[in-house]
Design a protein around this ligand. Sequence first.
Ligand code: DOR
Length: 424
Amino acid sequence: MSKILIKRARLIDPSQNLDKLGDVLIEKGRIKAIGDDLFELEAYVIEAKGIVACPSFVDLHVHFRDPGQEYKEDLESGMRCAVAGGYTTVVCMPNTNPPIDSPEVAQYIIRKAEDIGICRVLPTGAITKGRKGKELVDFYSLKKAGCVAFTDDGSPLMDSKLMQRALELTAQVGSLVMNHCEDDRLAYGHINEGYVSSLIGLSSRHVSAEDVLIARDCILAYYTGGHVHLQHISSRLAVDIIRFFKDKGARVTCEVNPYHLLFTEEEVLNSYANAKVNPPLRREEDRKALLEALRDGTIDCVATDHAPHAVWEKGSLQGAMPGMIGLQTALPMMLQLVRDGIISLSHMVGLMSCKPARILGLEDCGSLKEGYKANLVLFDTEREWTLSEETNFSKSKNTPLWNKPLKGKVVYTIFEGRIVYKDV
Ligand code: DOR
């Protein structure tokens, strides 16, 4: 099937300001043509009336647990979740075992993912050896081995001197630092400090833990000229700080997790440990500030922070590991915001494809331009479904959305001209 013809789709591509009905012809893995009424005798035809076709999604933040914790997820199951969610490029975090702090581990991931071959997995390298926060890795050799950015995610980089140096050195090798911003001396509890933590008497994480590190990283990016990407931001003040430093010209970008856009700390009362995540679900005023920042462009992109954990690791709130799976639910969650009139469909597509691709300077994704590799997702905004044993591709099921009604479903994912997921 070397040719695919998509007929009468709603084509959305913010990278070319495109939102119109039309056809796409894919040939030899690339976008051959976009037009009003294309015809090709030998092509596999997808009748896409009522369906959106856009650049496939790019996720800057997933945990695939491979190597080391494959009982939660491995590269193959993670990649299957990705394509079922409409993603063909995902950036995996280094909190594996061993962590990605050497070229060998980075290469293991790249090679294994290439063998599986259904989407692209790009590793991040740790900022510090063993993610211990003490000694910087060799950024140059990790970048050469294929790491696209550096983060100790799962843990913050607390040492300001090391952060300053990391920003300088990653800039020198043409890369960037991503940080999980929560000061771990201030954030040691289980859920957000607020109404729910007082109600159930659980130790908590104050929002200031996030704000303090966000401010520090913005200041260091401002002075060093390095690029910091702030991961899964969740607080009202964080948004204000980021807006301020962007105005000053600092090289600061940030991502938000759909769960922080749709849920508040009160979800803990419904979903218990499945609503435990770091940074935690916050108050309504934080959620509202995130929505405003999404609207005004302060937030650069959406990232899932897909964080699988086994059922027994999600028992009591106190004992549970933080995190939620998110690759398959991101699209219906974001479509909810479109239905609520918070953002347009085209803006949503940009936040999930073109914009994350641009942050990492990734070529051949995040766009439907002719000549680009054919990486597309086709989705039905109206289709209702549930994430359940039948539809889930992850080895884990830790999400507040398990078995809940969802609206909006990926029907095709195309990776470099090949159909890698189909549900019609
Ligand atoms: O909730 C989280 N889980 N936040 C993180 O930063 C790490 C992640 C994980 O690895 O489970």
